[in-house]
Ligand binder design. Sequence first.
Ligand code: IFM
Length: 476
Amino acid sequence: MGFLLLVLQVTFWVLVVGGAAWLATCLWLHLRHPVPRWDWNTIDVDDVRFTDDFLWGVASAAHQVEGGCDNNNWAWWETQSDDQGMPRIAGGQVAGDACDHWNRYPEDIRLIQQLGVSAYRFSIEWSKIEPRPGEFDAEAIAHYHALLDALAQAGIKPMITLLHFSWPLWFEQLGAFEKAENIRYFVRFSKRVFQEYRPQCKLWCTVNEPEVVSLIGYLIGMFPPGRRDLRVAAWVQRNLVLAHAQVYQALKHMPGGGTAQIGLVKNIFQFEPWRRWFLPEWAVARAAEWAHNGAIMRYLQTGHYRFRVPWLAWITTFDPEVQGAGDFFGLNYYSHAHVRIQRDRSEPVKLVHLEDEIPTDFHYAMYPEGLLRALRSAAALGKPLYVTENGAPDATDGIRDTFIRRYLYALHRARIEGLDIRGYFYWSLMDNFEWVEGYNQRFGLVHVDFVTQKRTLREGAKAFVNVVRNRSDAAY
Ligand code: IFM
């Protein structure tokens, strides 16, 4: 009896002390990582002002809009099937002619003008410029000169992205960014492009979303090359950021490099626990936050890349050229997600959004508060910031107006706080090939009929046009 009492007493105190420690940890995490939600009913989202020198733009990427990108990693991927024999892209779609932007860019530049913006972010398709290793294609080079000339004539400032998910098939076959020694090919291509177009372009993005390429291509296996290996993914992430730094250093030493503005573009996506009292969800959310955001931000700040998952991926490198590499930081912001642990062996962890959040057509919700959070964390790098992408897939145009007004309100708030944000690029100018989703997700300010290639400005896009046109420096 006495022994049983003792066991009960010990159990009682273990539960009390353990429970208290659990709750205290959750409370501490909750206070350290709050999830701000604004009461939109009390906010006048139209009360926003931007200085006249703020750069407004729209964005696109070569493989998604140009058409004829048939010699790269994605063109190959679009013909592949998964283990169950299902096509890699929704419904077996392929990028094909995409928006035929390669031929229709004069019309698309007129659309950009109609929107009232003064900048266009686009990418140069590496596989067209350098179809075979070391061979540069004069026609493709001339094409981008013509595009840049047309933009200049229209008074639109270009922002060039050197690597936006697609690369030549020959580079893929060499192992792409799985091997650090392959970075030199990307540096060679970048130098050639910079030499050609620097006189026509001041703003340059090196690599777009290294964490997305590594996560989806090398861990989840839904982007090419379809690998599922945490260790490889962590190395690819490191190599892509190292590639950014090496390109940055190389271009800075070229003619025109000193005055060019060159930066990395990173997607910041926040991860939260679905239940704030549930420690395992905190643990997964914090780990995801580190893998997706923290590891790269710290690498850029210090040159140290640390990606440590016992037995799976244990990486520690120091690359001094990465520390501080970049004249600006390009932020792509889309949303946040809540991590839910569930009793489902096939999907033990699921990313969900809260019921009271406005959903987009994709798997994430509208969360403008997160743009301000992301801008604050990016500001820690001490560089000027550009929002290089922000937008929503919304085929029925039901939420685009609200999306734009709320996000631009968050942007305005960030500027009022004093964050050094130089410009904002909406993703995207027009509907385009949304990678694994094919043409099913419609992000465009402009609707595209992919049968006739007819472009039509969406009603919801007018909210963007209004802010862009009414800019004023009164508040500053
Ligand atoms: O379409 C993509 C783009 O290529 C990279 N950033 C996110 C966009 C929307 O998913």
